[in-house]
Design a protein around this ligand. Structure first.
Ligand SMILES: C[S@@+](CC[C@H](N)C(=O)[O-])C[C@H]1O[C@@H](n2cnc3c(N)ncnc32)[C@H](O)[C@@H]1O
Length: 236
């Protein structure tokens, strides 16, 4: 069984089943081979130093964490070891199988556009190297719903000059910032990073960075933009 989430986090809504034809074979093949044997990599899966750095960025408020596009679960395993209660969502069954083998027991096979969780379920939602597979205005209103009041959204994203796979949409900090602000988040922190085996460094120029770290905070619902509310109405 790959779809297991805590019962109190399941929304009770009737959700569209993930359509397996939406799952690019691309992810399935990587999951079956493992990142190491594939021509691709993610910083989260391949650099323990980056995972340690990310774990160190979390605050004590971040007790319940939802990872969207959790993939094969390397970062999530480290978050669990650091005492967080982690739930992973992925559209690719084989990725979730690998994540479960790493110890991520709370997993949901779902399209992140239809998150199968009750409103206000999580302190923190993370998109580890996965935001580029989404249109921001399509996915973020649902994220705002499942976040608790003043909950946080952590994104790690490839900048415009970074060579990513063809499906991934690279974005600048300005574009990501606009996307977050337009869907009910304020920017709490941002960093431009390079990752080497020896460590994670902050750099000043976006053109020199390999990965953007962005922390958003859900704004109070009374100042939510209309599109988030529209989403909720359509969804119910
Ligand atoms: C580049 S991988 C990142 C995996 C992991 N977070 C990491 O950093 O190693 C992107 C992940 O997003 C998942 N994904 C893509 N589209 C999705 C969707 N619509 N809903 C849920 N997951 C999705 C893929 O299956 C894949 O596991």
């Amino acid at each position: 069984m790959v779809s297991q989430v805590r019962a109190d986090r399941i929304s009770g809504k009737i959700l569209p089943l993930p359509n397996s034809s939406h799952v690019p074979d691309f992810f399935r093949r990587i999951a079956l081979k493992g990142w190491r044997k594939s021509p691709y990599f993610t910083f989260s899966s391949s650099y323990p130093v980056f995972r340690r750095w990310l774990v160190s960025q979390l605050s004590s408020r971040h007790k319940s964490v939802l990872s969207i596009g959790c993939g094969s679960g390397e970062l999530e395993r480290d978050l669990i070891r650091a005492g967080r209660e982690v739930t992973g969502v992925d559209i690719c069954f084989e990725m979730l199988q690998a994540a479960r083998r790493r110890g991520l027991k709370n997993v949901a096979l779902a399209d992140a556009l239809h998150l199968p969780f009750s409103d206000s379920s999580f302190d923190l939602v993370i998109f580890p190297e996965a935001i580029g597979y989404f249109e921001l205005q399509e996915v973020l209103p649902g994220v705002a719903c499942v976040l608790k009041k003043r909950g946080d959204l952590l994104i790690t994203a490839y900048p415009t000059d970074f060579a990513s796979d063809k499906i991934y949409k690279n974005r600048s900090v300005a574009e990501l910032t606009r996307g977050l602000q337009g869907t009910g988040f304020e920017i709490a922190n941002q960093k431009l990073l390079t990752v080497k085996r020896s460590g994670v460094r902050e750099v000043a120029a976006e053109a020199r960075c390999q990965i953007i770290y962005l922390l958003g905070r859900k704004q109070d619902s009374n100042i939510f933009p209309g599109n988030a509310l529209e989403f909720r109405r359509d969804f119910r």
